[in-house]
Design a protein around this ligand. Structure first.
Ligand code: SAM
Ligand code: DTB
Ligand code: SF4
Length: 330
C-alpha cells in the first residue's frame, strides 16, 4: 500500500487503522517528501510557529522497584543518583512558580513509582491543585493507576496524565520485565475513560529496529483516541543503566520519526522530549519543521540535563517561534 496523499480531508487523516506497511512506506519516502507532507499537515492543524512549553519536576526520585533498562531511577542499577522521598508541596509550588515565570504553560510532575499508594495520590492531588491555582496546566506521571486513583486525580482537577508505551510490544520485553505492555495499555484506557487528557509516547535510540519504531507509532495512532500529547524521547544514555553504550540512532531517523508521528496524529502535540541536550540547534530546527510543536523546558528533565533556558529562548528567537498552546490565559 502506498503512503497517504499530501492534502487529504479530515476524515481520512484522523485514522485509527494504520497498517504497518503504510507506516514503513512513510519512513521510506525521500526525506524532503516526508518532511513536506508532515509540515503541510502540520499547517492545517496548528500555527506552524507556535510551540507549547512544559517544565518537568521529579517529585519523588530514584529507588524505583522497576527494571526499565533506560532509567537511572531504578533501584536495580548503579546510576549516580541521590534518591529523594516525595517532595514537600511548598517546594513543588515554588518550582512551578519559577517555571511559569520562565515561560512554561504546563507543569509536569514525575514520580519514580511502579504505582502510587492511595496516600500518595492525596498528596499529588494537593500539588495539582496548587499548580492549577498558579494558572498552569498540570500533568503527572506516577506509574500504573487503579480505577479509584484515576478518578481521584480527575476529580482533583488533573489536566494530563503521562504514561508512555516506550517502544513496540515486541521490543518492550527486551527493555522492561517487571510490568507488561498490557499493563500500560490498561492504565492508558483508565486515564482516557476518566476524561483526563492523555500524554503518551516513547523512546527511540534504545537499539530497537526500524520496524519497532513503526510499530510504536502504530500502537499510539491506533488507540481509540490519539493521545493529546505525544512525547518522542531520544534515549538519554546514563552510566550504570543497561542501555548505556547502545549504538546511537542516526539523528535523521529521529527527525523522520517525528515527521511520521505528525502525519499519523495530526491533531496531537508532538513533543521533542528527552535528548535535546545533545542535539544541535539545527537538528532541533529540523524536528520543528517535521512537526514537533512542544518541548520540555528548564535546565533539568527529571534527573538528567536539558538545555539552559536562555539557550532555548535564543533558539526560539532565531527560528521566529513563539510560545502558545495553553488552555489558560496567563
Ligand atoms: N515511574 C513512572 C513510569 O515509569 O511510568 C513515571 C516516571 S518515568 C521516569 C517517565 C518516562 O520517562 C518513562 O516512561 C520513559 O519513557 C522516560 N524516560 C526515563 N528515562 C529515560 C531516559 N534515560 N531517556 C529517555 N527517556 C526516559
Ligand atoms: C516523557 O516522555 N519524558 C519525560 C516525561 N515524559 C516524564 C521524562 C524524560 C526523562 C529523561 C531521563 C531523566 O531525566 O531522568
Ligand atoms: Fe521506575 Fe518509571 Fe524509571 Fe521505570 S521509568 S524504573 S517505573 S521511574
Amino acid at each position: 500500500m502506498s503512503a497517504r496523499p499530501s492534502f487529504p480531508n479530515h476524515e481520512s487523516v484522523i485514522r485509527h487503522d494504520w497498517q504497518l506497511d503504510e507506516i514503513k512506506a512513510l519512513f521510506h519516502l525521500p526525506f524532503n517528501d516526508l518532511i513536506f507532507q508532515a509540515q503541510s499537515l502540520h499547517r492545517q492543524y496548528f500555527d506552524p510557529n507556535e510551540i507549547q512549553i512544559s517544565s518537568l519536576l521529579s517529585i519523588k526520585t530514584g529507588a524505583c522497584s522497576e527494571d526499565c533498562g533506560y532509567c537511572p531511577q531504578s533501584a536495580r542499577y548503579d546510576a549516580d543518583l541521590q534518591p529523594e522521598a516525595l517532595l514537600p508541596i511548598e517546594e513543588v509550588l515554588e518550582t512551578a512558580k519559577r517555571a511559569k515565570e520562565q515561560g512554561a504553560s504546563r507543569f509536569c510532575m514525575g514520580a519514580a513509582w511502579r504505582a502510587p499508594k492511595d496516600r500518595d495520590i492525596e498528596r499529588v492531588v494537593e500539588m495539582v491543585q496548587g499548580v492549577k491555582a498558579l494558572g498552569m496546566e498540570t500533568c503527572v506521571t506516577l506509574g500504573m493507576l487503579s480505577d479509584e486513583q484515576t478518578k481521584r486525580l480527575k476529580d482533583g482537577g488533573l489536566d494530563y496524565y503521562n504514561h508512555n508505551l516506550d517502544t513496540s510490544e515486541e521490543y518492550y520485553s527486551e527493555v522492561i520485565t517487571t510490568r507488561t505492555y498490557q499493563d500500560r495499555l490498561d492504565t492508558l484506557e483508565r486515564v482516557r475513560d476518566a476524561g483526563i487528557n492523555v500524554c503518551c509516547g516513547g523512546i527511540v535510540g534504545m537499539g530497537e529496529s526500524d520496524d519497532d519504531r513503526s510499530k510504536l507509532l502504530q500502537q499510539l495512532a491506533n488507540l481509540p483516541k490519539h493521545p493529546e500529547s505525544v512525547p518522542i524521547n531520544m534515549l538519554v544514555q546514563v552510566e550504570g543503566t543497561p542501555l548505556a553504550g547502545t549504538e546511537k540512532l542516526d539523528p535523521l531517523e529521529f527527525v523522520k520519526t517525528i515527521a511520521v508521528a505528525r502525519i499519523m496524529m495530526p491533531e496531537s502535540r508532538v513533543r521533542l522530549s528527552a535528548g535535546r541536550h545533545d542535539m544541535s540547534d539545527e537538528m532541533q530546527a529540523l524536528c520543528f519543521l517535521a512537526g514537533a510543536n512542544s518541548i520540555f523546558y528548564g535546565e533539568k528533565l527529571l534527573t538528567t540535563d536539558n538545555p539552559m533556558t536562555n539557550q532555548d529562548l535564543q533558539l526560539f528567537e532565531r527560528l521566529g517561534l513563539h510560545q502558545g498552546g495553553s488552555s489558560y490565559a496567563g
